[in-house]
Write a protein that binds this ligand. Structure first.
Ligand SMILES: Cc1cc2nc3c(=O)[nH]c(=O)nc-3n(C[C@H](O)[C@H](O)[C@H](O)COP(=O)(O)OP(=O)(O)OC[C@H]3O[C@@H](n4cnc5c(N)ncnc54)[C@H](O)[C@@H]3O)c2cc1C
Length: 419
């Protein structure tokens, strides 16, 4: 049975790997010259099991209103005359209802716990190196009010099977000594010891090489122009190669892993994927003074900024902007991240050498990914991972492979169907 995976980001490459391991013949189509050159390229690096709560939660509407009109706001809505954008925003508001937030949090938590175990197993099996650290994530709070609110989440996380410990300022400094000069500003933290960090791009590209060695065929620099559907079945994939030649590639089954771009390709045959691109930024800086640069991954809960140590680099990421498919770098939004870095860890890194990057999170309103069988009989989805694609990738791919083999789902309430 030949399966064609569409897209070679973290989701597509892990899907190809787990399908090949399950015994399928696998090929992958990707428009870039290598894997992980779009949203999976320079993300925050966190394997964040301890953050299953989606952005769509009861406090989100007030927070968004507070930030309205601020160019450096962590969350920015740039209204367009675009029905899809408004429909997505309305659906997002609906997901902020408490019962929906609770359901979505549980679904993401179950998949995240399973996914972390799959990532550990894959790492042990392949020995892939990707600057990974198993030092947990510290969720930092800089006001007593936020700390009280954040601390209340510890028992909720424990109930979901996720270890999380409330830490005083002194305990924070014990876990991450590079926070020492923030002693007077920190109110406390929540520490999730089972979280990890690592370079998603290095991981994806190394896994793509292993997958190719295992027989997966990668068609790079090949752009999908149409998914051809007839009589409820996918007929083939119309593509254009690097020299402008066109043709159709065929398989028995197809899996859509196209990030924010899948929606437009499946809509002509009546499939509706509630995915909208949510733009984010990162900067990657060389470490100058390792003793003053954190190696425990951090989440600044008040500024919605995360940072992860990747070998001799520090990656700092954040911000969310609903602005269509625009990937231009907005200097004000990048500067907000650099200002955060300089204020939190002055002199620790070489800010002048910062590499700026932006990517489009393929976000569903609930942040629950779309994994499972599509409308056409031989079409599957593994997409829409929004803020947590790196965290959820291995579990999503492994669970989808189980379903495609006709096995029971390894995660409760799985699959997460698109319809
Ligand atoms: C700033 C930022 C920080 C983040 N931090 C974290 C984090 O710390 N932890 C975490 O878990 N997640 C994080 N994420 C989210 C995570 O990066 C994404 O969820 C994940 O990368 C999505 O992977 P994907 O494979 O679905 O999409 P992509 O990586 O975008 O892959 C889709 C692929 O499809 C290809 N493609 C698209 N259209 C076509 C076409 N027509 N023909 C051929 N190929 C096509 C693209 O070239 C691309 O390679 C972050 C995201 C951002 C933006």
């Amino acid at each position: 049975m030949h399966v064609m995976v569409l897209g070679a980001g973290i989701t597509g490459v892990t899907t190809a790997w787990f399908l090949a391991k399950a015994g399928f013949e696998v090929s992958v189509i990707e428009r870039q010259g290598e894997a992980a050159l779009e949203t999976s390229h320079a993300n925050g690096g966190q394997i964040s099991i301890s953050h299953p709560e989606p952005w769509a939660n009861p406090s989100a509407p007030m927070t968004a209103l507070r930030w309205l009109g601020r160019e450096d706001a962590p969350l920015l809505f740039r209204p367009h005359a675009d029905l899809e954008q408004w429909a997505w925003a309305l659906a997002f508001l609906r997901e902020c209802l408490p019962a929906r937030t609770q359901r979505n949090t549980q679904a993401i938590a179950r998949l995240a716990v399973y996914s972390a175990a799959q990532l550990r197993a894959l790492r042990a099996e392949t020995g892939i190196a990707y600057d990974h650290l198993e030092r947990g994530i510290l969720h930092l709070f800089f006001s007593a009010k936020e700390f009280a609110h954040g601390s209340a989440k510890a028992p909720q996380l424990e109930a979901l099977g996720i270890r999380a410990r409330v830490c005083s300022t002194d305990e924070c400094l014990g876990i991450e000594p590079a926070l020492a000069h923030l002693r007077d500003q920190l109110a406390g933290a929540l520490y999730a010891p089972d979280d990890e960090s690592g370079d998603a791009c290095r991981f994806t590209q190394a896994l793509a090489i292993r997958a190719a060695e295992a027989g997966v065929r990668f068609h790079y620099r090949t752009t999908i122009t149409r998914i051809a559907q007839q009589g409820g079945t996918i007929d083939g994939i119309d593509v254009r190669d690097r020299d402008g030649r066109t043709g159709m590639l065929k398989a028995d089954q197809y899996v859509v892993c196209l990030g924010s771009y899948g929606r437009k390709l499946v809509s002509p045959f009546g499939e509706h994927l509630p995915i909208y691109p949510v733009k984010g930024y990162s900067v990657t800086v060389p470490v100058l003074d390792p003793s003053r640069t954190p190696s425990v991954s951090l989440t600044d809960e008040s500024r919605r900024i995360v940072c992860s140590r990747l070998g001799d680099r520090l990656r700092v990421a954040g911000t969310a902007e609903l602005n269509g498919f625009d990937t231009a770098i907005n200097p004000a939004r990048c500067q907000a991240i650099l200002d955060w870095l300089e204020s939190r860890f002055p002199g620790a890194t070489d800010i002048a050498a910062a590499q700026r990057w932006t990517g489009l999170r393929p976000a569903t309103p609930s942040n629950v990914p779309l994994i499972g069988h599509g409308g056409p009989s031989n079409l599957w989805y593994n997409t829409g991972h929004g803020t947590l694609g790196w965290t959820l990738a291995c579990g999503s791919a492994s669970a989808l492979a189980a379903l495609m083999c006709g096995n029971p789902a390894p995660v409760r309430d799985f699959p997460f169907l698109p319809r």
